[in-house]
Design a protein around this ligand. Sequence first.
Ligand SMILES: NC(=O)c1ccc[n+]([C@@H]2O[C@H](COP(=O)([O-])OP(=O)(O)OC[C@H]3O[C@@H](n4cnc5c(N)ncnc54)[C@H](O)[C@@H]3O)[C@@H](O)[C@H]2O)c1
Length: 379
Amino acid sequence: MIRDSRSIVIVTGGAGFVGSELVRQLAARGDRVVIIDNLVNGSRANVAEVLSDRVVLVEADIRDLDAVKPYLAKARIVFHLAVLGVRHSVHSPYENHDVNATATLRLLEASRDLGVPRFVYVSSSEVYGTAKWAPMTEDHPTFPCTVYGASKLAGECYTRAYYTTYHYPTVIVRPFNTYGPRSHHEGDSGEVVPKFLLRCMADRPLIVFGDGTQTRDFQFVSDTAAGIILAGEHPAAIGQTFNLGSGSELTINELAELRIGALVTALKDGQVAELGHAVVHLDAEEVHGERQVAELRTEARLDHRAEGQVLRRLGFQPGLRATPLDDGDTAVVLEARRKAVRRRTTLEDRRRRVGSAQRIARILRARLEAGGFRKELLE
Ligand SMILES: NC(=O)c1ccc[n+]([C@@H]2O[C@H](COP(=O)([O-])OP(=O)(O)OC[C@H]3O[C@@H](n4cnc5c(N)ncnc54)[C@H](O)[C@@H]3O)[C@@H](O)[C@H]2O)c1
């Protein structure tokens, strides 16, 4: 097989949040990119402005190898990001495993079979489960607490096994929490930063489940994508596993009371002066049914913070944003404003959201009556 004919970079899940930024960075340096995405959670709009004769979107399921193989035959590298998320794993564990783990194994085998020179598996800090120490180094025990985390760990194990068994050149990257434009604000993939931003923009109180002292390592999406490319392509990275995070941590309370408030206040010319008072702590059990409590439990791990020295030694320099959520991430906020367009969701999702919104409203009203909140914040 002639290596030089392999000019394509494949990005599975390239129409999603992180994938679409990865595609942007690859396109900006002139790569030929094939995005493989079934658009279950991603969208054509996420990549529309970069599609061209050099960047194409193939609407296909990664489980459908007949659709994927013709591109693998011409690929020089696969960045594998396609995924079903953590909340999806709570209500659909088999399908979650099927896409995140089994399809990864099948994609590895097809890539090796067709001679793709490099396979990059984008894993997740979820493989660690609850932190036993922070910052978390790559050799921190992997003890996933969710089916999603378990399926991502299985994907990692298969990827590593292809390197150790067949000497197939693979790389594993473990991003921590990522935020930025095109992140999801609702449904199975809804993330805390866009959710908080949208509620701030609407002058609604921010709902924090539990005491809010759990921490996260938030990294801006352009840093995450740049780290994936660097680790994925570096000659010394083959066979290795890399953490990819900012290395600093923020509690959910700090996020709610300081950072988000500051961002939105700046954008609204100081009109939202007292956001700190509009943070409401709720007990998940008080609001939600059993299944949703299980979903929320997936968000309650403590002290997730990356130790990213291994990747830094290869030259990775995060810090397009020096401090997480600092220095006016206007792109994120403006994006939140545009999120008026509702995403396609299942009827069941909608019913669940309406149900919990009503319960939250009831609890907030009761607290208002007890003198806890300013009325206008609850409407
Ligand atoms: N967002 C984060 O904070 C974060 C943190 C750690 C790791 N990651 C990892 O980064 C990767 C991307 O995550 P994201 O946040 O961009 O998620 P996302 O949901 O935005 O993107 C995933 C994409 O995969 C696509 N997809 C799902 N099932 C598919 C299938 N069967 N066939 C083809 N495409 C399919 C979806 O349509 C979507 O576009 C994932 O592997 C995830 O585990 C993300």
